[in-house]
Design a protein around this ligand. Structure first.
Ligand code: GDP
Length: 333
């Protein structure tokens, strides 16, 4: 049962049913104590969005400490889940004295909206069950009215207040939204693997541009070193400044994992040295830009306005209207 569906609890003071405000306060208290059940309930509220979520976020705001968020993405089959589990185990040992150490938000692109990301949960829960310092939550890519990234950003705040020391957000790097969501993170790790063929080409054109660190997983397999060299080569051609490091690792044998963890820790420490207000402002602005794109996209695809939109596009093409005015007219429905 979630907080959303829980019956009103009698308030301690006067025996009256607790108001939703009191219940939200109680949830925040339990969250700050790091209760797993409270984390699960608050994540559900945050994911849903709407008024209840907005109230919760307001209450959380004063307690936000600015947890470091590692975004992990890469093509399907590269070994993201395996590697994320291994990384979480390693990062959790940093903080074993504290209850909840590593929170994983795993975006599952294939799961049905209503059913949640059940398969992903089942597979991943093994890691969480074995290590109580790790908390795994899957979220389906579809069905978020305000967009996936804002939902993920709210869920990160929940994990932040619950005292997690690291949050990992994992997405499948096959579409724009997955690249976008990686931008919610402070540090981005892109995972590749040998033998992915076309996916590696796709990575060269899109995913690699967002990478702070690239890991070529499955280094126990033939071809891994070749893939690493290819990627390192194309990164150094494209990079404006210092190209991101490209490491070979094996989530299965553990080879290279220590080096990857060391790199992640130091790169994250550098990101976290930036003022929290700046980091949050950047994240918020990015989310706003994404929302603006979402609104424009919806307007452009409004089936009831096909003729108007075609006429407007024609005027723009002919130079009869400037782009800013055309966009304003598009959004005036
Ligand atoms: P994802 O789709 O990117 O999340 O990939 P998974 O983590 O589900 O892994 C895909 C497959 O690759 C699974 O069969 C894993 O067992 C396997 N795998 C993951 N990491 C390694 C590795 O380092 N070496 C080898 N040989 N196989 C791996």
């Amino acid at each position: 049962m979630t907080a959303a569906s829980a019956p009103a609890q009698p308030s301690a003071s006067n025996g009256e049913p607790a108001s939703s405000n009191e219940m939200a306060h109680a949830l925040v208290d339990r969250l700050q104590r790091g209760e797993r059940r409270a984390v699960a309930d608050a994540l559900t509220d945050a994911e849903r969005g709407g008024e209840k979520s907005a109230d919760l976020m307001k209450m959380l705001r004063p307690h936000i400490g600015g947890v470091g968020v590692l975004g992990v993405t890469g093509p399907p089959g590269a070994g993201k889940s395996t590697l994320v589990n291994a990384l979480a185990e390693a990062l959790a040992t940093d903080d074993q004295a504290h209850g909840l150490a590593v929170g994983i938000l795993a975006v599952d692109p294939s799961s049905p909206v209503s059913g949640g990301a059940i398969l992903g949960d089942r597979l991943r829960m093994t890691a969480a069950n074995q290590n109580r310092a790790i908390f795994v939550r899957s979220l389906s890519a579809g069905g978020h009215l305000g967009g996936l990234s804002p939902a993920a950003a709210r869920m990160i705040d929940v994990m932040d207040v619950a005292g997690f020391h690291h949050v990992i957000i994992e997405t499948v790097g096959t579409g724009q939204s997955e690249v976008d969501i990686a931008a919610v993170a402070d540090l981005r790790l892109v995972i590749a693997a040998p033998g992915l063929g076309d996916d590696i080409q796709a990575m060269k054109s899109g995913l690699l541009e967002i990478a702070d660190i690239v890991a070529v997983n499955k280094s126990d397999r033939p071809g891994a070193e070749q893939t690493r060299q290819q990627l390192a080569g194309s990164m150094s051609l494209k990079a404006r400044g210092t190209p991101p490091p490209v490491l070979a690792v094996s989530a299965q044998t553990g080879s290279g994992l220590n080096d990857l963890c060391t790199l992640i820790r130091s790169a994250m420490a550098a990101k976290l040295a930036q003022p929290l207000a700046d980091r949050r402002r950047r994240r918020a602005r990015y989310l706003l830009a994404q929302s603006a794109n979402l609104v424009i996209d919806r307007a452009l695809n409004d089936a009831d306005r096909v003729n108007d939109i075609d006429a407007l596009a024609g005027q723009l093409l002919d130079g009869e209207i400037d782009p800013v005015k055309a966009t304003a007219r598009l959004l005036k429905s």
